[in-house]
Write a protein that binds this ligand. Structure first.
Ligand code: PA5
Length: 442
């Protein structure tokens, strides 16, 4: 079960000040549950662990089995909320080196999350002449990056298997009824999975968006949903005993005290893409109306040797949230040597978890002494159940936190600005006037 420890926040904002947010948190939590707050059309994630579509869930597992049986590689095409969750889950629960490992599941390549020729070409090269399938994911069905990638990989798969053969290897995850991808899937006859209308991209990891790639990578998605379900039940509690409240209250109190950047850190490198997923969740949900905590991330201890200086002594507008595993994976003991030339015999006989934990404890104290508040989020161990809990913990905290901040956490109006300029510069029909205007400015 997820626990939070916010005691290292109190040297900066008093316990009373943090707990004084109780009434705001209660109102935010109740507005979420009642669907009376801003963006209430996008609350499908809130009860998803309980009411997800069982028929579709069974189809996801069946499709994953087929992919495992007929493909050595799976190309997952998507960007933002249609990409980060699946990648984070696979790296966290399997490994950042998943593709390099010996396994009976396909390699997974993520495409369509950039417009890089080099990155796209490399995936084509890495697939080589192996059998592969495609899961193209786009809620709107019109996002440029995945649309371009799909055009490229669709041509590749059709060349290899013919149109008919390719059809059975392309899985489209998109809107139930509208969008270019939905139309294409209907015309071509692809198997489709649905991104529910009431779930925004960054909250969609526990829908088919995340679940099909996870299942194809051999992740037990039943256990993921059970973990999310138990978190949903536990975190419905409306009091300060709720770890979600503690996290949401601590970060909002710190924000009001001028701590405007939050660094999410973990001492396990496999967490790196979980932090990328979290950055999108919080950045896109809270960064609007001239407000919002800037979400950043660090891999510890690696980044202590790069960002550590700034964290210790740079501008004092940051706080840290550290995710810790009570029982991490792996078992490596440091052995004694007779010569002790490296001087490490003082930790001989210790396992790396012990050393890592002392690093975490020492860093927390040093950073608190340097003016950086520290929130600790602890999960029992790294497995599917605990992962599901952690996802739900951060999603719920994000909704409550966003309402407490006074924004609509479920829209993203700012994302459109760059798209308009890009379309205009590319000469997309309908953007001629803006194109001429931008050409002058450039
Ligand atoms: O959270 C969001 O809404 C965005 O990050 C989207 O997921 C992202 O822009 C991709 O959109 P789509 O799934 O429509 O291709």
């Amino acid at each position: 079960m997820i626990r939070t420890d916010i005691s290292n926040v109190f040297p900066f904002v008093s316990k009373e000040n943090v707990e004084a947010l109780s009434a705001e948190l209660k109102a935010a939590h109740e507005a979420l549950e009642a669907g009376t707050g801003a963006g209430s059309d996008f609350l499908g994630w809130l009860r998803l662990p309980e009411n997800y579509d069982r028929e579709e869930f069974a189809r996801i597992k069946k499709a994953a089995e087929k992919i495992k049986s007929d493909s050595q590689a799976l190309v997952v095409i998507g960007i933002g909320g249609s990409y980060l969750g699946a990648r984070a889950a696979i790296e966290f629960l399997k490994s950042p080196n998943y593709n390099l490992k010996k396994k009976n599941t396909p390699d997974i390549f993520f495409a369509g999350n950039n417009i890089s020729a080099a990155a796209t070409e490399e995936i084509v090269e890495l697939i080589g002449d192996r059998d592969f399938s495609i899961n193209v994911i786009s809620k709107s069905g019109t996002t440029t990056e995945p649309a371009i990638a799909f055009r490229i990989f669709k041509a590749l798969i059709e060349k290899k298997y013919g149109k008919e053969g390719a059809k059975g290897r392309i899985y489209a995850t998109t809107d139930a009824a509208k969008g270019a991808l939905k139309n294409l899937a209907t015309v071509e006859g692809y198997e489709t999975f649905v991104v529910p209308d009431n779930i925004g991209g960054r909250f969609s990891v526990l829908s088919a968006v995340g679940l099909l790639p996870m299942a194809a990578a051999g992740i037990d998605i039943d256990a993921v949903m059970q973990g999310a379900y138990s978190a949903m039940a536990e975190f419905s509690e409306k009091s300060f005993a709720n770890p979600v409240w503690q996290y949401a209250a601590a970060r909002n109190a710190l924000y009001r005290a001028g701590k405007t950047t939050e660094i999410l850190a973990c001492y396990e490198p496999a967490f790196r893409f979980m932090a990328e997923w979290w950055k999108q969740l919080y950045g896109e949900s809270e960064g609007k109306d001239g407000k919002g905590i800037f979400p950043a991330s660090c891999d510890f201890t690696a980044d202590l040797h790069s960002m550590g200086q700034y964290i210790q002594e740079g501008m004092r507008n940051i706080f840290e949230t550290v995710v810790k595993m009570e029982h991490p994976n792996g078992n490596v003991t440091i052995e004694a040597t007779e010569e002790n030339v490296d001087g490490l015999n003082y930790i001989a006989g210790r396992d790396l978890h012990y050393v890592n934990e002392q690093a975490r404890r020492g860093v927390a104290l040093a950073h608190v002494d340097g003016g950086v508040p520290n929130i600790l989020v602890t999960m029992d161990k790294l497995d599917e159940h605990n992962y599901g809990e952690l996802v739900y913990f951060f999603e719920l905290a994000c909704g409550i936190s966003g309402y407490t901040l006074g924004v609509n956490p479920f829209n993203q109006p700012g994302v459109e600005a760059y798209k308009k300029n890009m379309f205009a510069l590319l000469g997309k029909p309908g953007y001629e006037e803006l194109g001429a205007e931008l050409a002058k400015r450039l």
